[in-house]
Design a protein around this ligand. Sequence first.
Ligand SMILES: [Fe+2]
Length: 239
Amino acid sequence: MDGYLFNRRDFLLGLAGSTLAFAGLSESIAEAAPLDKVATRQGAISDLQRYRGLIGSLKGFSATIIREHLAILERYRHKLAEVRSQDRMIDLALADPIASKWRDHVLSCLELQNAVRLHELYFDALTPKDVHIGQRVSNVLKETFGSFDQWWVRFRATAIAVRAWGVFAWDNYSRHVVICGLDRDSEWPVGLEPLLVVDMAEHAYVLDFIGRPLDYLDAWLARVNWTVVEARLLKASGY
Ligand SMILES: [Fe+2]
């Protein structure tokens, strides 16, 4: 059962050119699709193409770490398509909460779908340019946390405390922005609309910031595209 899932905490990239081999997937999954045959979605651009403008242009981040991180995203996307394609080949009558193929399928779909979406949110909000925070987000941070700096202290501490994602989000229930963190891709809280996420898995920073996750977070913050965050807040909150 667990062989079909993967715990981001448990996998650590060998790195330095071997990232794909440990794309956060279980050994059995990694073996299922040879690294040199990672499929590009038919008729769709690859993530390496989609985000090519970020490779080698993000101050503080090497081209290698961005390229390999994008390859991981592509691999998640490929595995999601592969798992989804098995949807009609599993006997629903044998579904069982202790161990069953359908259980593996359901949980894998959730984990992979979130992994793809969270990585898109991460890369979509990065930019080589210096984009200053907008008035709307600035006001919300001030109203909720007291100041941008107080928001950052709390966000940074939360990101450091988790093993997958630091999250800044709009809460549809409280109608306020919130900070939270995830250890796993599948843990997304009910009712939250993502505004900004930072990847805290080792593969996101170890190559360039080994043993220095705080420096990674500082470099990441400098590359946040606040225009994207502003648009997400407007869409989520309506103001
Ligand atoms: Fe990642």
